[in-house]
Design a protein around this ligand. Structure first.
Ligand code: NIG
Ligand code: FE
Length: 389
């Protein structure tokens, strides 16, 4: 559907503005209309007083909400790891070792092939209501392959993240120090022009990932290069990721599956700065225990939801699936889950223009084949959400 040049949306069953008011901050409105002009929200108000526009679209009672903000994904990869997934379903543990398989396949792929794969995944996301996606590198792990991953990612989003510190690549084993020098030196220099953020897999519970000191070195070099900071932390067991993320003022620490009381306290203290991004598709796909979102929200932590779409721990691009898991398995109300998948994940990207429906903001809207946001979890597995434009 095209909303150009100006369109008034009527017949909205429920408008989820995420303006911070009401239950879970969802700012629900009924009998509302929205005017979209040149790709921006020009007017929001009662249907009865809606101004004229070039076109009128009757949504026949469907719910409208901000497009989902998927603040954590790894879409630039080639190769298939479905056998690894199947092995986990019969008891195999995930330790990050499979990342090397995706690295080999990604290095072997042409630019055009990678571009086509990313385009397909981004389209799949839009078809499920996602209008902003963050995309990480991390399956290249050479200067050239990381830089081209980010160049391709930036064709699809401004939210690009350098993840040269995903794992120590297979050919560098035994040479961790040398690999870290590469990541914090020439690789960072080559990648920084194409990246907004840097991330690190801080996980002492994996032999492939990085320790607290190694991760701190990566983050501090990235900050010096002008990049914003993000951290993969506390995914496979208790560890230093959350404390490090808070220490360096990262925008987000992602996974947060295993948290001590001190970790939760640190996140409460940093609620204005550092968002805890929960990725329950990973727990689903690795047969792990789910993070305790209820504990975090009740304590006052800022919480976001994202897919982590990647070939290893969660090959799902579906924010509605994540919302359903958050409601069923992590103690979130449907409203809290929708907030965390929109305004919450926008905050994890330090964005205030997206993740809400407000005059002047981009018309990044999602529509549901359903009358209310409750149906996202209620009708789990049914493709009811899509991006409107
Ligand atoms: O976020 N944990 C590290 N990285 C990804 C998984 C990468 C993979 O297994 O390919 C994640 O879970
Ligand atoms: Fe990830």
């Amino acid at each position: 559907m095209t909303l150009e040049p100006s369109t008034v949306l009527t017949g909205i069953g429920e408008l989820v503005t995420c303006d911070g008011t009401g239950e879970a901050g969802l700012g629900l409105r009924h009998d509302a209309a929205v005017v979209v002009e040149d790709g921006r929200i020009a007017w929001v108000g009662d249907f009865a007083s809606a101004p004229d526009a070039d076109r009128r679209v009757d949504l026949a009672g469907r719910a409208v909400l901000p497009g989902f903000v998927d603040s954590h994904s790894h879409l630039v990869f080639d190769g298939d790891r479905s056998a690894e997934f199947a092995a986990r379903m019969t008891g195999e543990r995930y330790d990050g070792g499979g990342i090397g398989v995706s690295v080999a396949a990604t290095r072997a792929a042409s630019d055009d092939r990678l571009r086509e794969l990313v385009a397909g995944r981004v389209a799949e996301m839009r078809d499920q209501g996602t209008t902003t996606v963050e995309i990480k590198s991390g399956y290249g792990l050479t200067v050239e392959d990381e830089a081209r991953s980010l160049r391709i990612a930036s064709e699809f989003t401004t939210e690009t993240t350098f993840l040269g510190a995903h794992v120590v690549p297979p050919e560098a084993r035994g040479g961790r120090a040398a690999y870290l020098e590469l990541v914090t030196g020439p690789m960072l220099q080559a990648c920084a022009p194409h990246a907004k953020w840097a991330d690190v897999f801080c996980e002492p519970n994996s032999p492939h990932a990085f320790t607290q000191d190694e991760s701190r070195a990566v983050l501090s070099a990235a900050r010096d290069a002008g990049l914003g900071l993000r951290v993969h932390g506390n995914q496979l067991g208790h560890g230093p990721g959350v404390q490090l993320a808070v220490e360096v003022g990262a925008a987000s620490v992602d996974h947060c599956t295993f948290l001590s009381d001190a970790d939760v306290e640190a996140l409460v203290g940093a609620a204005d700065t550092t968002v805890a991004t929960l990725l329950p598709g990973v727990e689903f796909s690795t047969r792990s225990t789910y993070p305790d979102a209820r504990r975090l929200i009740d304590a006052g932590v800022s919480v976001a939801l994202a897919t982590d779409c990647n070939p290893g721990t969660c090959y799902s691009s579906s924010m509605p699936f994540v919302i359903a898991l958050a409601v069923r398995e992590m103690g979130m109300t449907p409203g809290e889950a929708v907030w965390a998948a929109t305004a919450g994940s926008a905050k994890a990207l330090r964005r205030t223009d997206i993740g809400r429906i407000a005059v002047g903001g981009p018309a990044d809207l999602a529509v549901l084949e359903a009358p209310s946001h409750l149906h996202l979890a209620y009708r789990a597995g049914v493709p009811i959400a899509r991006a409107l434009t």
